[in-house]
Design a protein around this ligand. Structure first.
Ligand SMILES: [Zn+2]
Length: 286
């Protein structure tokens, strides 16, 4: 997509809305419960995705069982969910490291994820789909770069759309290129994820928004960026509060063709802008 077209799409995207968990729960066929895993130095999220009709549910990246298993047990024991399996966004320990212990408590469940994820039973192909219960459709989107086995999951129930992005796309940022290149991250963010419907809500693997947008503001000072800085001053959690349309506006890694960012990085080639942004962010001391 060229920059002009993206600018038009961004301009017509839905305005930033503050959505509470309560009103999501009322509207959705699909329920999403966030489990912040914030003990010690952790700052990541597991998520439970529930099909309202059948109560079938899967858990995404249950990395820290002491924080996740009590939540699952409560949901299962109170009859709110039928626990059907684990989904992983990539193999890193702070995402797939809780699989074995979760399976010890709930044996024989499928583990859907990249080839290197612990205990994995199924690796979906790029664009392969599967269901949670009857009403929740999941599409795997391969996004190799942070790890070569990184997979994002686009999840829809006919009315609402969300995407679980692991360590590929964060609110206002992206993961480090541990196993990949700027070209792969550009493809992941600015082709595969940017093409999702603009009202798709983003559920990343970590709560990094506050530091991401601090860096973002150092290379792009726009109303959208300032609005997110303000949001982070007032809110500790940002997962599910922003859409792909919002990311196209405030995420500098999704605006590699923005003249202001090209000026700040001293590069014009999108891949060089992407690499330069990553280098600058790695060394950023906000
Ligand atoms: Zn990771």
């Amino acid at each position: 997509m060229n920059f002009a077209l993206r600018a038009i799409r961004a301009a017509t995207a839905s305005p930033l809305r503050k959505v509470t968990t309560a009103n999501i729960l009322q509207r959705r066929t699909m329920h999403i419960q966030s489990i912040p895993m914030w003990t010690g130095s952790h700052d990541n999220y597991a998520y439970v995705v529930i099909d309202d009709k059948t109560k079938d549910a899967m858990v995404i990246d249950p990395a820290n069982p002491p924080e996740v298993l009590p939540v699952l047990k409560e949901l299962i024991d109170s009859g709110k969910i039928n626990f059907k399996g684990i989904i992983n966004t990539h193999h890193h320990y702070d995402h797939a490291g809780g699989n074995a212990e979760t399976l010890k408590a709930y044996p024989h469940l499928p583990v859907i994820g990249g080839a290197k994820c612990a205990e994995v039973t199924t690796t979906p192909k790029h664009h392969q789909t599967f269901k949670i219960g009857e009403g929740v459709n999941v599409t795997a989107i391969h996004t190799p770069c942070h790890t070569q086995d990184s997979i994002c999951y686009f999840v829809e129930d006919g009315e609402e759309r969300v995407v679980f992005t692991g360590d590929t796309l964060f609110i206002a940022g992206c993961g480090r290129f541990f196993e990949g290149t700027a070209e792969e991250m550009h493809e992941a963010l600015n082709n595969r994820l940017a093409k999702l419907p603009e009202d798709t809500r983003v559920y990343p693997g970590h709560e990094y928004t506050k530091s991401n947008i601090k860096f973002g503001k150092s290379v792009l000072d726009t109303p959208a960026v300032r609005e997110l800085v303000q949001f982070c001053e007032e809110n500790e959690e940002t997962q599910g509060k922003f859409t792909i349309g919002d990311e196209l506006k405030h995420n500098v890694f999704m605006r590699v063709e923005d003249p202001e960012i090209q000026k700040a990085t001293g590069e014009t080639d999108p891949l060089k802008v992407m690499q330069k942004l990553r280098d600058l962010k790695n060394n950023f001391k906000g």
